[in-house]
Design a protein around this ligand. Structure first.
Ligand SMILES: *[C@@H]1O[C@H](CO)[C@@H](O)[C@H](O)[C@H]1NC(C)=O
Ligand SMILES: *[C@@H]1O[C@H](CO)[C@@H](O)[C@H](O)[C@H]1NC(C)=O
Ligand SMILES: *[C@@H]1O[C@H](CO)[C@@H](O)[C@H](O)[C@H]1NC(C)=O
Ligand SMILES: *[C@@H]1O[C@H](CO)[C@@H](O)[C@H](O)[C@H]1NC(C)=O
Ligand SMILES: *[C@@H]1O[C@H](CO)[C@@H](O)[C@H](O)[C@H]1NC(C)=O
Ligand SMILES: *[C@@H]1O[C@H](CO)[C@@H](O)[C@H](O)[C@H]1NC(C)=O
Length: 345
């Protein structure tokens, strides 16, 4: 999660913009950005994932709806399914084709209301089978509550444990500085990694480990509070830490991110900074590749998966178009989805 909710209230944006982190200095701002959609509801997005057919799934920390946006049809959004008994959705990950998992929580400031952190399964195959036969007979999707992660402070980023493991998720706890492992079939969960490097310092915005993503043999992470992007060698079988935590970029206060399929680059959404940063992992260098008002609350990144958009990036965000600032400076944000085109794709 991020400052999205706070930003929506117009409170955190000025504060965040004043935070004293240095941006990577060798800035090159050359990747083109195309707006896919700008929406008044929801007013902010929290995370994004790409389906095999190219459609984008989006969560919002201020809505219980899982949204879908087609990257080839500008400004159209569809509410796919409502997750019951929750006020916000966070990380999202796919384990089998079209079987997605989302983290839910009732956000209160920077942590979740006690007892509200949960993991849900949304099986989009239920929808596909029927829609092929008869568009008007599309059944309601039924989200299934997989687990209540009762000991978490705030569930945030989510990813799979390993490429070939369709039953196990890792979920970041941004408040507790921990990584939970969740068995999506039995619903059992446990803390697999807990380390100072994933936690909060006593000061600053109290959102620590934020995005997570596995690229074997590492679990990559951002820690917003500490301003770090790093990786942890883990066992692909168990998720247990196998060596020291490696901070790759020490001054990168990022939100969620995605890795290139070869694991050599990461693209990090720089919430509150109007930018998307590209990390060259082997060289341990970060540089700004896009700077835009549309990235004011850039929260997460996903990759295109169709022939038309392979290698392109989609970023979930929130922003305040100039026209929406009222006289007393109260901001009304809009949910934003953009596409960014790295060169040679
Ligand atoms: C900045 O980055 C470019 C390529 O990304 C590199 O060629 C150049 O040497 C760098 N400049 C500095 C001052 O680091
Ligand atoms: C979270 O919010 C929902 C919607 O308001 C509510 O039904 C649910 O009881 C809340 N959960 C907790 C643990 O407070
Ligand atoms: C599609 O499903 C709807 C609702 O079940 C039904 O009324 C309609 O006749 C179906 N159309 C076709 C072509 O089967
Ligand atoms: C999670 O908690 C909810 C509300 O307290 C309860 O209805 C549900 O059965 C629990 N689910 C699991 C999988 O523990
Ligand atoms: C998936 O991960 C779980 C938990 O670590 C492990 O017990 C299971 O054997 C793994 N499954 C596969 C197919 O690797
Ligand atoms: C700002 O003005 C709007 C009306 O334009 C009003 O609804 C809102 O309460 C005001 N906010 C503050 C903080 O004064």
């Amino acid at each position: 999660m991020s400052l999205n909710t706070a930003l929506r209230r117009g409170l955190w944006l000025p504060l965040f913009l004043r935070l004293a982190f240095a941006l990577p200095s060798n800035a090159s701002r050359d990747y083109p950005l195309v707006v896919v959609g700008e929406f008044s509801h929801p007013e902010t997005f929290e995370n994004i994932a790409t389906r095999h057919d190219g459609q984008l799934l989006l969560t919002s920390a201020v809505s219980s709806t899982l949204y879908q946006v087609c990257p080839f049809k500008p400004d159209q959004i569809e509410g796919l399914v409502d997750i019951p008994e929750t006020t916000g959705l966070f990380g999202i990950a796919e384990l089998e084709e079209d079987v997605f998992y989302v983290a839910s929580a009732n956000l209160s400031s920077t942590h979740a209301v006690a007892g509200s952190n949960a993991v849900w399964r949304v099986d989009l195959r239920e929808r596909n089978r029927c829609s092929r036969l008869n568009e008007t007979a599309r059944p309601e999707l039924t989200p299934v509550r997989v687990a209540n992660i009762t000991s978490a402070r705030l569930l945030n980023g989510m990813c799979r444990l390993a490429k070939d493991n369709a039953s196990t998720l890792l979920v970041a706890d941004s408040g507790g500085g921990k990584i939970f492992k969740v068995d999506v079939h039995s619903g059992s969960f446990e803390v697999v990694i807990e380390d100072e490097a994933l936690g909060n310092t006593p000061t600053g915005f109290q959102v620590a480990v934020n995005g997570i993503y596995t690229h074997e043999p590492y679990l990559y992470f951002t820690n917003l509070n500490r301003g770090t992007f790093g990786r942890i060698p883990i066992s692909a079988a168990t998720g247990i830490l196998r060596g020291p935590i490696d901070v790759i970029v020490p001054d990168l206060p990022g939100d969620d991110f995605i890795l290139a399929p070869d694991g050599e680059k990461a693209w990090v959404a720089m919430n509150g900074r109007n930018t998307l940063v590209e990390v060259d992992i082997p060289r341990r260098q970060a540089r700004v590749v896009v700077e835009s008002g549309y990235l004011a609350s850039a929260s997460a990144v996903s990759l295109g998966r169709t022939l038309l958009d392979q290698g392109r990036l989609y970023v979930s965000s929130a922003a305040v178009p100039d026209s929406l600032f009222d006289n007393n400076g109260t901001a009304t944000t809009r949910g934003i989805v953009v596409r960014v085109d790295p060169p040679n794709v």
